[in-house]
Write a protein that binds this ligand. Structure first.
Ligand code: ATP
Length: 237
């Protein structure tokens, strides 16, 4: 089956510092792919390159459209939503206002209200807190809001950077269970960058291990989880 996203020979750099040295990966329609690797390996840079936020070269084919030279706003319009590390919600606006802003690139109207209702079905906690200022939410709720806001774009692909960052273990489980629900029931494809390799491999269908800007290993998540060097270096057992 043809993948939704097909990346070949992706290189990226900050000034003279080359961070990605020609990586290849695919993301299947409706599936979750995880990108694992140590600090500084180039995971965040990969997401930034896909969004056109860092100088890069190679080919990025998104359902037949070449994204390599596109501007970030075009990439968003084509159906890729980015949930950066640190979440970036508007802290002085309410939960519901944040969700409404997520639909900014789309037409106004009843569609937006309908989408907000749908997002509340995945995140009942956000509905309970719909009138609360985003800055007063717990870390887990802010992460849920960041994902909810990205979903307001009705993306085909969501790029998530460290969704577990700074969250208590129980909350992390809750966020990941919701991500699985979103994949299974909304058919949104995801690329997840995660330090918590064990959890990411539980959720993911496919996995890639990136080491100093190169893909060191790739395959079905279940296989990568059984790989001895992954277990020693990233899973700790
Ligand atoms: P982490 O989990 O620590 O975020 P990562 O795998 O996501 O790791 P990147 O953030 O992609 O790694 O960083 C890859 C390399 O690029 C690192 O050496 C980092 O210092 C460098 N780098 C990242 N952002 C910039 C920047 N804005 N300017 C210069 N160098 C950068």
């Amino acid at each position: 089956m043809k993948p939704l996203l097909r990346v070949r020979g992706l290189e990226a750099q900050y000034g003279l510092l080359k961070v990605l040295h020609g990586i290849d990966f695919d993301i299947g329609e409706g599936s979750v792919t995880t990108l694992l690797g140590a600090n500084g390996a180039g995971k965040t840079t990969t997401l930034r390159a896909l969004c056109g936020m860092v100088r890069h070269s190679g080919t990025i084919d998104f359902d037949g459209v070449d994204l390599t030279r596109r501007r970030t706003e075009d990439i968003v319009r084509l159906g890729i939503a980015h949930v950066p590390e640190g979440r970036g919600t508007f802290t002085s606006l309410t939960v519901e206002e944040n969700l409404q802003l997520g639909a900014m690139t789309r037409r106004q109207g009843s569609e937006i209200e309908e989408d907000i209702r749908r997002i509340y079905r995945f995140f009942p906690r956000l509905e309970e807190r719909s009138g609360q200022q985003a800055g007063t939410l717990s870390g887990g709720e802010q992460q849920m809001l960041a994902v909810g806001r990205a979903l307001m774009l009705r993306p085909r692909l969501m790029l998530l950077d460290e969704p577990s960052f700074g969250l208590a273990p129980l909350i992390v489980r809750e966020v990941f269970a919701i991500l699985a629900d979103i994949r299974d029931n909304m058919g949104v494809s995801m690329l997840i960058v995660e330090q918590n390799a064990s959890l990411a491999l539980e959720l993911a269908d496919e996995a890639y291990l990136i080491e100093t800007g190169e893909i060191a290993l790739s395959g079905p998540a279940a296989e990568i989880r059984d790989n001895e060097s992954v277990r020693n270096s990233y899973l700790g057992y």
